[in-house]
Design a protein around this ligand. Structure first.
Ligand code: ADP
Ligand code: MG
Length: 676
């Protein structure tokens, strides 16, 4: 049997989907409850209690308690000591899973062979792998790891007839997540996800405790927050007051401290005003996500509320105001939607050994994934992003990396980084891969590094030289990674990502009327591809070829040089071809070599150009060509070395062609050396 498991921070649930009836049911635990507390209690007689019983012990203060260990998943420093034994988060999760599965098997009267387990969207590679291992350790086949918001959206959307774009607004105890999902004939595509992982119900509780303590201090001159146990008691009480306010207009609050008793009333209106800034913080996350995806409110059909904190009436009110529509759906099973979604995926979406799936679910990456590389000036380390945040899964990117001249080495170390910053120390270092087996002639060479992110959000690294796959082996991460913040000089095994781009512009007479437009577009293009590891050269051609600027990493130098481009400066016709010249300019530096040719006409010596293009291809130079006006697309296809690298466009659409190419260059998707 296959089940879905919501392995939560505070509670877990298990669900099963029945294909024949289309119904999804929660499987109650041994106590007949839908949810099992994520708590484990170790007793001194060696007994281990899990779930409901352990929670009772927690309240009574007996034994050694492990709770909220999901937060420490993948963290090797975390452990719970109990009677001479040490338990890490993965082991604890495995024990909890075993209990959940055992209870469910008893209830179902059959054995469970496989499961889909959910994780928060922000879980990184470590945490996902640890979750898979925890499942496998208790003898089940982990079909898939899916993100909690995706699961919630699936349980809500999989059998809806209408196609919809849905926003999943998940406000939990300590985290906030927002995910945009498209539901189309039962297929689910996640468009993007983002979150704030230090914002949640706890912050609302704190507002209440602060408010009460301020009033108490005004009245009695003493502050209950000065006493640790009074403070903790109040935090627990505040959560209850908050829950009352989800149902009632006001709540009566009593606080006893040092012989004084304060009595106060908090109205829901007051509470909502005092916590508005917290809702505003969720709005900021939403706005950034929507802006990044280019999606407006008018495109969102429904907002789905999940997470315990979205039970506060202010949340739905706030979202209705924001969407301007009455399309905010309070999900009937806020707490169980995740397990149900996982069960549906286990039955309908996850391919089993037969490889068959009824429906598709496309998820995205919650973080960017990069490689540690040296900046072109050799002065510092940077995180070169390989797979951007919110890329569709599975995702794959291949980029060329240079090994500088002088660095005669037989190994390259690739550190995979998770995070958005250029600064590696602000990212999470996931793994160290060592690449060997390449030939480095000592004058600098280029190898391609490929990242693959699979459907479970797990990362793989491969490397190639001239299309041949190289050895790539994982090594244990060094404990001290502070050197990533320093100067790279002493490490010969570092890789540098260098992109060299030659922009070749037709300057024949026919360009007279449009050269200014073309210059403007080139200037935008240069700005969009420029970074410290990109060199650009500017070449003009007509009957002759002129290198206007050699390769430089300063975009302003190129933009200024555009002024020097004049019609007829290389002759009035197009008897020359810039390919050989650009080829030799590009060969002066290691790294990726790309050429962009712009032309508005038919060249005089086309055969020569085609043979020059073949020489470029043999040398790993990527040629892209944009034509307009009189240009001939079939000729451009002959000289382009990159699939889809030849484009014919109207002059007023030139900007679109440039931005397609800029995106391909920035994401390493120019079809580089994948063979054509
Ligand atoms: P997580 O997924 O982060 O573990 P949950 O989604 O279970 O958390 O939500 C827990 C949070 O929901 C807690 O902060 C709790 O106080 C809050 N919560 C639960 N029920 C209500 C309610 N009726 N009104 C307001 N907040 C609630
Ligand atoms: Mg949750």
């Amino acid at each position: 049997m296959k089940v879905g498991i919501d392995l939560g921070t505070t509670h877990c649930s298990v669900a099963v989907h029945d294909r024949s009836t289309g119904k999804t049911d929660i499987i109650p635990n041994g106590f007949g409850k839908d949810m099992t507390p994520s708590v484990i209690c170790f007793l001194d007689d060696g007994e281990i209690l899990i779930g409901e019983d352990a929670k009772d012990m927690q309240a009574g203060g007996a034994g050694v308690i492990a709770a909220s260990f999901k937060r420490s998943m993948g963290d090797t420093d975390f452990s719970v000591e109990a009677f001479g034994q040490t338990y890490g988060a993965e082991r604890l999760s495995s024990m909890l899973l075993e209990k959940l599965i055992g209870d469910a098997e008893e209830r179902l009267g059959g054995s469970i062979g496989s499961a889909v387990i959910t994780v928060p969207a922000y879980f990184n590679d470590f945490q996902r792998k640890a979750t898979i291992r925890a499942g496998e350790a208790c003898g089940i086949d982990v079909l898939k790891i899916i993100n909690e918001p995706t699961a919630a959206a699936i349980s809500y959307g999989y059998n809806r007839a209408a196609d919809k774009t849905v926003m999943v607004y998940d406000l939990g105890g300590g985290t906030f997540d927002v995910t945009l999902v498209k539901v189309e004939s039962g297929n689910i595509s996640v468009l993007g996800t983002d979150g704030n992982h230090i914002l949640g119900g706890k912050d609302w509780d704190s507002v209440i405790s602060k408010h009460v303590c301020d009033l108490f201090e005004d009245e009695f001159g003493v502050d209950p927050r000065e006493d640790e146990s009074a403070k903790n008691e109040l935090i627990v009480a505040a959560e209850n007051y908050k829950k009352v306010l989800s149902k009632a207009d006001n709540v009566a609050i009593q606080l006893r401290y040092e012989g004084n008793t304060g009595k106060y009333t908090l109205t829901r209106d007051e509470f909502e005003i005092k916590t508005q800034h917290l809702l505003d913080a969720t709005r900021d996350v939403i706005a950034e996500l929507m802006e990044g995806l280019g999606i407006g409110w008018e495109e969102i059909d429904e907002v789905l509320l999940v997470g315990g904190s979205s039970r506060m009436p202010q949340v739905a009110k706030f979202l209705r105001r924001m969407t301007g529509k009455d399309n905010v759906v309070e999900h009937s099973d806020t707490d169980l939607a995740v397990a149900k979604g996982a069960a549906i995926v286990a039955e309908l979406y996850a391919s089993d050994k037969t490889g068959l799936t009824d429906r598709k679910v496309v998820d995205v990456t919650a973080h960017s994934l990069g490689a540690l590389t040296v900046s072109i000036d050799g002065k510092r380390y940077i995180n070169e992003i390989m797979i951007k945040k919110n890329s569709k899964l599975p995702a794959k990117t291949r980029k060329p990396f240079g090994i500088g001249p002088g660095n005669l080495t037989d190994r390259i170390e690739v550190f995979t980084l998770q995070g958005e910053s250029r600064d590696p120390l602000e990212c999470h270092v996931l793994a160290k891969m060592v690449i060997t087996g390449f030939c480095n002639v000592g004058s600098g060479t280029t190898i391609d590094i490929e990242y693959t992110y699979d459907e479970n959000g797990v990362v793989k690294v491969n490397a190639y030289q001239d299309g041949e796959q190289l050895e790539a082996a994982a090594e244990v991460l060094p404990e001290d990674i502070s050197w990533m913040g320093g100067s790279p000089q002493d490490r010969p095994s570092d890789a540098v990502i260098v992109k060299n781009i030659a922009v070749c512009v037709d300057l024949s007479r026919s360009m007279t009327s449009c050269l200014d437009d073309v210059k403007g577009q080139i200037s935008d293009f240069v700005n969009s591809v420029a970074d410290e590891n990109t060199n650009i050269s500017l070449i003009g051609f007509g009957d002759k070829v002129k290198v206007v600027r050699e390769l430089t990493s300063d975009p302003d130098v190129i933009i200024t040089a555009l002024d020097d481009l004049k019609v007829n400066m290389c002759g009035r016709g197009t008897d020359g071809s810039p390919l050989a010249t650009a080829h030799s300019v590009l060969s002066s530096k290691p790294g990726a070599k790309m050429m962009l040719v712009l032309t508005d006409g038919i060249w005089g010596k086309r055969d020569k150009a085609v043979s020059e293009s073949l020489a470029c291809r043999g040398d790993g130079v990527d040629i892209m060509a944009i034509g307009f006006a009189e240009a001939d697309l079939s000729f451009l296809r002959q000289i382009a070395t990159v699939e889809e690298g030849a484009m014919y466009t109207a002059l007023d659409r030139l900007g679109d062609a440039f931005s397609t190419i800029a995106t391909a260059i920035n994401t390493g998707a120019t079809g580089l050396r994948q063979g054509k």
